[in-house]
Ligand binder design. Structure first.
Ligand code: IPE
Ligand code: IPE
Ligand code: MG
Length: 257
């Protein structure tokens, strides 16, 4: 079956969106699964299960809107602090998700990748993850990046070690280190920085997500929990993003007074 067709300009108009004002790279902190489940009188894992449906919606919508990259914060380097039963259930869900979504990823021509540590998540999960990465390597559609066992501080520590080793071996001088050197040693090397970070469930914090890369990203927070985040909420975040004035530390054109 062919991929769902991209939205036309007419479709976008109807949604109040303009192609040239859409973010190129959208990143999401998918929070509130547990709170949503609790409110429904369900176990926390049900919240994670329902969250998978929101993940599917996000991927489909972002692909149809021609967003260049979608990065989803699935599991942080600090989430290992959770109780063993929740960790077990979460890892099981992740493995089943990666297997079940492979066909859909290929159908939509999505390029799949991950960021984060690779030495702590079980090898059975990594096997499935790398199979999908390899299979989708030549796809030319949206980039889908899952942040798994990811932490911004861990990523920067990892980068500093690699750069220090290059300096020690004489491959690089300290003076030659610039912002690009650091970007090139992060898990996100070669990716554009996020323009928009969406966080569900209301917390006003970044929780160790893409610390370097979100320097000038626009933050958009909703009270809704991840399992109840809808297409309309996503469109609203894009409309709000389009209305933001991004200055990057400079002044807006024609407004120097
Ligand atoms: C986000 O939902 C999913 C993960 C962090 C794995 P939470 O599990 O953090 O849900 P809350 O924040 O406890 O409601
Ligand atoms: C952020 O949510 C991590 C993910 C969504 C994977 P957390 O629930 O871990 O964040 P805190 O603990 O509220 O900061
Ligand atoms: Mg949380």
């Amino acid at each position: 079956m062919a991929a769902d067709p991209p939205y036309t300009s007419e479709n976008l108009n109807r949604l109040g969106l303009r192609r040239e004002r859409l973010p190129q790279h959208v990143a999401a902190i998918m929070d509130g699964n547990g709170r949503w489940a609790k409110r429904q009188g369900l176990p926390r894992i049900e919240g994670h299960r329902r969250g998978v449906q929101t993940v599917r919606m996000m991927i489909e919508e972002c692909a149809r809107l021609n967003i260049g990259q979608l990065t989803l914060y699935c599991f942080s380097s600090e989430n290992w602090k959770r109780p063993p039963l929740e960790l077990d259930l979460l890892m099981g869900l992740l493995r089943r998700y990666v297997i079940a979504e492979r066909e859909e990823i290929m159908r939509q021509g999505i390029r799949f990748s991950t960021i984060g540590r690779t030495d702590r998540i079980s090898s059975t999960i990594w096997k499935e993850v790398t199979t999908t990465i390899e299979l989708s390597r030549k796809n030319t559609g949206m980039r889908l990046c899952l942040a798994l066992d990811y932490g911004g501080r861990d990523e920067l520590t990892h980068a500093v070690k690699a750069i220090a080793a290059q300096v020690q071996s004489g491959e690089m001088t300290p003076d030659a280190i610039c912002e690009k050197t650091i970007s090139d040693h992060l898990y996100t090397a070669g990716m554009v920085d996020p323009d928009l970070v969406i966080r569900t469930a209301g917390e006003m914090r970044v929780s160790n997500f893409l610390l370097w890369q979100i320097s000038y990203a626009e933050l958009w927070v909703t009270e809704k929990c991840w399992p109840e985040f809808s297409r309309d909420d996503l469109y609203q975040s894009f409309r709000d993003f389009a209305a933001r004035e991004r200055r990057f530390g400079g002044l807006v054109e024609n407004r120097t007074e």
